[in-house]
Design a protein around this ligand. Structure first.
Ligand code: ADP
Ligand code: MG
Length: 726
């Protein structure tokens, strides 16, 4: 490994300025340089005699410079370098723009190789702005082959990188293999060193593909291995085993029977998955994925009830105060109050009332608390009361509260639980890696010497296709709510052409007059938060001053403090705001039944799954709801893409389409996963995912300590340090 560790400043022809640039992108050694991979190739492999070149093609030719000169074009205000190149068959002109220094390198009489596009000019065919190099001793580098193209940052050009990677590429032979030989054989992979060599300077397209496949295999395999090992480690803990006995079964059945609606099959199955997990004394670690409005909260409540009824505590954490409050209300409503039965259940209920249905005493034993940064409340004896934080913490420690709902406060306040057996995290992607780790460890400081960790249920509304989820969340088991509750009105989705903007505004005005509320989402501006905030502010000004000056308009964006955000949301919930203009930050889980219009500006800039999530914020109440997609883009692909939203109302389907059209990096939830580039780019390759998963699984089953594969163990350690999994 000695050469690979050579500092770049010791390499020939890398001056201090370049050392600095390379350091800035984390390249410190010759080895690092070798692992800076190209992201695509220019295919200049079509080498032809000059007499054979044809208009429009990208070719490489080689010959002698007969003549070369700079011309100043006054009309076009630029410098043009013209050269005439000749081989044994013919001659062709090459033209470069604004590169007058070329004449210093390319001199009359020199032999050169040129690659570029053949265009037509006054005097016939010519090469426009071709890549060039002098034909000398070695192999060509910038022409006449598959030429690697690197991400150019910090003033490092592809050309510079090529020229400096080439002389060290032979040292790739020193790269040690870390994959078990059996995997390399079974999966038909390049060796590690061959892959690194071929990814830079491939002999053919096929070899480039194989090199990429090997390196992507590595990343995906290591990710899976890491996830599976995490899972295994987590499962070495003990959790409370909850016996789903007859009595418990009946209580849960009563609860479900008395809901004012039927559970969806998906809700039933997911609840059942969870109940089955509880029967193990190994901790559950399950992800519940489901579209906005698919009823995840209820699954959380049912599973919470199972645990509470068994005599243990449950914690439920949400990313914002508003959501925590919403969950608290919902828990109170479902657990303590008598439900309003649906008509078909009327008869049933009456009969049960006579036999003293335990449900009608409420879930009874359940005391629920709300704990956020700004409030602490408790629900007992049929009412919600304020309580001091101190008192609340005491009650939790004594076990007088069974169900604690809150925000990050749950992990920030040093809560001591009496017997916490189950933690739920809503909108899990909103929490950082540290926070999630804390839920798994710190919240576990449980009194009474209970040496267990709580079962863990995470929930998310970002629908990630199953194969993807298995990689990104490979340490979790998965339940999916892929079905909406019955009787939901379909949201009417319309693409609004610029010419119809006023019509849409009029329609919205009517709706507001009828008492409805409106969300307006401003275009996503990837490069700049500041620009995004500015555009939202401008939209807000426009709507509040010009278009809807007679209504109350509010503004919400990511640069506001979370307290300000909460205040604006609170005003919207209380109907003090009719139209809420926001950047894409606004809360997914929020339930505002009175909002019936979602208007998205610049809708072509969003992924389908994300647009679908925006849409899910309306249509939660009894009113017919609408989603208006505004776009200035006139391209047919945009229209086709957006029309998919009109057709499909299924977040998973739309996510699959995003995956196909825009690639995995565009899926919310995947982008935040912290996966390395090649793994990310390969997430749409379900076969590769399957293969890596199988190999990782086999390895864990036979040798999860990796004791037979020290090189792999070392590599994995390094990999997990470099990659920051969320
Ligand atoms: P999400 O999955 O987005 O968190 P929620 O849990 O907030 O969705 O549920 C959305 C709404 O649907 C809530 O008002 C909830 O009471 C209601 N709901 C949940 N399950 C059903 C069902 N099976 N039938 C009808 N309504 C339901
Ligand atoms: Mg929710």
């Amino acid at each position: 490994m000695s050469f690979l560790r050579t500092k770049i400043e010791k390499l020939p022809l890398i001056g201090p300025a370049y050392v600095k640039k390379l350091h800035r992108i984390g390249i410190k050694t010759a080895g690092d340089l070798l692992f800076y991979f190209p992201f695509r190739y220019d295919d200049f492999s079509d080498v032809k005699k000059i007499s054979e070149v044809e208009l429009g093609e990208v070719v490489s030719v080689q010959g002698k410079i007969i003549e070369i000169k700079n011309i100043r074009s006054w009309k076009r205000k630029m410098n043009i370098t013209e050269a005439l190149i000749e081989d044994e068959t013919s001659a062709i002109k090459a033209v470069w723009f604004n590169q007058p220094f070329l004449v210093r390198n390319l001199k009359k009489g020199a032999n050169v190789s040129l690659s570029g596009k053949v265009v037509y000019a006054q005097e016939g065919l010519q090469l426009s702005n071709p890549s060039y190099e002098l034909l000398g001793s070695g192999q060509s580098l910038h022409t006449a082959r598959l030429v690697p193209v690197y991400h150019e940052t910090q003033g490092l050009s592809s050309k510079w990188l090529r020229a400096h990677i080439k002389p060290v590429i032979k040292f790739a032979d020193e790269i040690e293999e870390f994959l078990p030989a059996s995997i390399i054989k079974d999966q038909n992979l390049f060796s590690y060193s061959k892959a690194v060599k071929q990814i830079h300077f491939p002999d053919s397209e096929e070899k480039a593909r194989d090199a990429k496949r090997r390196l992507a295999f590595d990343e995906l395999f290591l990710v899976q291995l890491y996830m599976m090992l995490q899972k295994k480690k987590w499962q070495e803990n003990k959790s409370v085993r909850i016996n789903f006995n007859k009595k418990l079964k009946k209580e849960i059945k009563d609860f479900v029977d008395n809901l004012p609606f039927e559970l969806t099959d998906a809700q039933r199955i997911s609840s059942w998955n969870i109940i089955k997990d509880f029967e193990n004394n190994r901790p559950m670690n399950r992800l519940l994925e489901g579209d906005v409005g698919s009823g995840k909260t209820l699954v959380a409540l049912i599973s919470a009830l199972v645990v509470i009824k068994s005599g243990y505590q449950v914690a439920f954490m949400a990313p914002t105060e508003i959501l925590a409050r919403q969950h608290f209300k919902e828990a109170v409503r479902r657990f303590e109050k008598k439900h309003t039965p649906s008509p078909s259940q009327e008869g049933n209920i009456k009969m049960k009332r006579n036999i003293k249905n335990p449900l009608l005493r409420g879930v009874g034993v359940c005391k629920i608390a709300l704990l956020t940064g700004s409030e602490s409340k408790i629900y007992e004896d049929g009412e919600v009361k304020e309580i001091s934080k101190k008192k609340l913490l005491e009650k939790i420690e004594k076990g007088e509260i069974n169900f604690i709902i809150g925000t990050h406060s749950l992990i920030q306040e040093k809560i001591v639980f009496k017997n916490l057996a189950f933690s739920i995290v809503d909108e899990q992607h909103r929490f950082g890696i540290d926070q999630r780790a804390k839920i798994q460890t710190e919240v576990l400081k449980v009194k009474d010497g209970l040496k267990t960790v709580p079962h863990l249920l995470s929930m998310t509304a970002t629908p990630i296709p199953r194969t993807l989820a298995l990689t990104v969340y490979g340490d979790l088991d998965l339940s999916i709510l892929d079905e909406m509750p019955k009787g939901r009105r379909k949201i009417i989705t319309k693409l609004v052409a610029p010419a119809n903007r006023d019509l849409a505004y009029d329609f919205i005005r009517d709706q507001i007059k009828k008492g409805r509320q409106v969300f307006v989402i401003c275009p996503l501006i990837e490069e700049s938060d500041v620009l995004e905030v500015r555009s939202a502010t401008e939209e807000y000004e426009k709507l509040s001053k010009n278009i809807y000056s007679d209504f109350s308009v509010g503004l919400l964006h990511g640069k506001m403090k979370s307290k300000e955000k909460e205040e604006v949301m609170q005003k919207f919930i209380k109907k003090k705001i009719d139209i809420l203009v926001s950047t894409s930050v606004i809360e997914v889980g929020i339930d505002i039944p009175n909002a019936s219009i979602m208007l998205v500006e610049g809708s072509d800039r969003f992924g389908l799954a994300q647009l679908h999530q925006f849409r899910g914020r309306v249509g939660r109440g009894e009113y017919q709801s609408f989603c208006f997609l505004f776009t200035d883009s006139t391209s047919a692909t945009t229209a086709r893409r957006l029309k998919a939203l009109i057709k499909s109302n299924n977040g998973f389907e739309l996510a699959e389409q995003d995956l196909k059209i825009r690639g995995p990096g565009e899926l919310v939830g995947v982008r935040q996963s912290g996966l390395p580039d090649l793994a990310m780019a390969s997430l749409s390759d379900s076969q590769l995912i399957k293969n890596t998963r199988e190999e990782a699984g086999k390895l864990i089953d036979t040798d999860h300590k990796l004791s037979k594969y020290p090189k792999l163990a070392e590599k994995l350690k390094k990999f997990t340090k470099e990659v920051h999994f969320e």
